[in-house]
Design a protein around this ligand. Sequence first.
Ligand code: SF4
Length: 412
Amino acid sequence: CADAPLAVGPAPRRNTRQVSVQWGNNVVNVGGSAPIVVQSMTNTDTADAIATAIQVKELAQAGSEVVRITVNTPDAAREVPAIRQQLDRMGIDTPLVGDFHYNGHKLLTQFPECAQALSKYRINPGNMGAGNRREDNFAQMIEVACRYNKPVRIGVNWGSLDSTLMARMMDENSRRREPWSAQAVMREALVVSAISNAQRAEALGLPGNAIVLSCKVSHVQDLIAVYQNLASRCDYPLHLGLTEAGMGSKGIVASTAALAVLLQQGIGDTIRISLTPEPGGDRTREVVVAQEILQTMGLRAFTPMVVACPGCGRTSSTVFQHLADSIQAYLREQMPVWRTRYPGVERMNVAVMGCVVNGPGESQHADIGISLPGTGEVPSAPVYVDGRRTVTLKGDHIAQEFQAIVEHYVEQ
Ligand code: SF4
């Protein structure tokens, strides 16, 4: 027998400054002791204010606590205040972040209403021009952020790394006695770009507690290495995300693999899961995946979790799969109302199991569980509430009756 109980749980969160992203009375804190924030990004044309406002609303209602919109043209910048107004009219106070590349300095200075309607600016230091022009463009954006008291994310990206910095670092590398690999130089350049631009922003007057950093790459091991390094060299809050994660299960698995390692080490203050949607697919999927990563790791709770077995040859039908699916969907649909009416309901666990092998045991560990009859078993489904067997359901209406038991439990 071991001398001490098995240690469980992530390392303490990295100690960072705290950045407030605010719209009206809604203040979303990033870093410090704040919960890890879930965020997402629209894929509508921002110049289409109605489509963008609708998608922001969908993402916000799915649980995105901050939503980023691209601001890439004068038409897009002109519509940002209208998007904000529509959201305000709908009672959606989710802060909007403007994503700027190439012309952000012009758009923010030429469209002050846009600059004010946004709650945060994302600046990519890799695509702001070169030389003195780059320095001037960066300074203009920081000046607007200072004027309107807005935080910024300095978001460095593997695919658009500052070419001048990269050339200088490659040159320095060539003079090393043992030169690093090109990949290693790029990883270092990402970190140097993020930190040096944050320091410059502070020198230009932006408060240190108004800066979030990110260094996104598309390979899992590179992302882990870069963020571990970045975390050890600064105390700015970090926005985590695997960029260009990909479609379907690949995108979900790659993002989860990378983020889980970092989150377990206490690194990361806000996350975005960049999934390529299937054609016509639901954009809110990335919000659900982000929430599920945090909840399955025990870092936050958003909606009751359904534990379901995978099923095997012992299951006589697909009833339990349908039941698990419908209960999960039902719980998620109820959350907008339940969240305010029944505080703590998001921590509830529901088990839906396919047969007697693991059914009773797993059901007893959940707040509510049901063990459906497997092949050759008596056609009845015992229900467990708070670890105790209560009723046994039979017949064709097991799903509806179990849902009613869940609802009754929540109300009580
Ligand atoms: Fe198979 Fe039963 Fe295990 Fe489910 S609980 S996977 S049906 S043995």
